[in-house]
Design a protein. Structure first.
Length: 135
């Protein structure tokens, strides 16, 4: 299905009209559901997560990588939130490896390395958002 038909994805249809300004929401309901009161989305990008865990047998999961003012969250419409890392647990610097037309973003936290694949400049935007928010 296209993005507009993805379960749990709301494009232009805010869920929390009365409690959260549209600019602070995620594009995926399951991520909005885990945001705490007063927490806001700083940046969100489509990404691929390698070795997602969470009981998934697949080697990768495609979904939304969200940087809030408190944490890094990765979720999919089908599998929910697969990664939820407080920004304080992320070890800087974050590594970006360019592979053809995509970037591999390596995030080290809690003794593990989480690998995301993003398009072009998205990885640099994610790193800047984490640096600005965590700093």
């Amino acid at each position: 299905p296209g993005l507009a038909e993805t379960p749990g994805l709301h494009l232009g249809r805010p869920r929390y009209d009365l409690t959260m300004p549209a600019a602070q929401k995620a594009s995926l309901d399951v991520i909005d559901d885990v945001l705490e009161p007063g927490e806001s989305v700083v940046l969100q990008e489509l990404a691929l997560l390698f070795e997602p865990g969470g009981g998934l047998k697949k080697r990768e999961a495609e979904g939304w990588l969200v940087v809030s003012d408190r944490r890094l969250i990765f979720g999919t419409g089908r599998h929910g939130v697969l990664l939820d890392l407080p920004l304080a647990h992320i070890q800087l610097p974050i590594t970006i490896k360019r592979k053809l037309m995509s970037d591999h973003l390596l995030v080290h936290a809690d003794g593990r390395t989480h690998t995301f694949v993003t398009s072009g400049s998205a990885a640099a935007h994610i790193v800047r958002a984490i640096d600005a928010t965590a700093g």
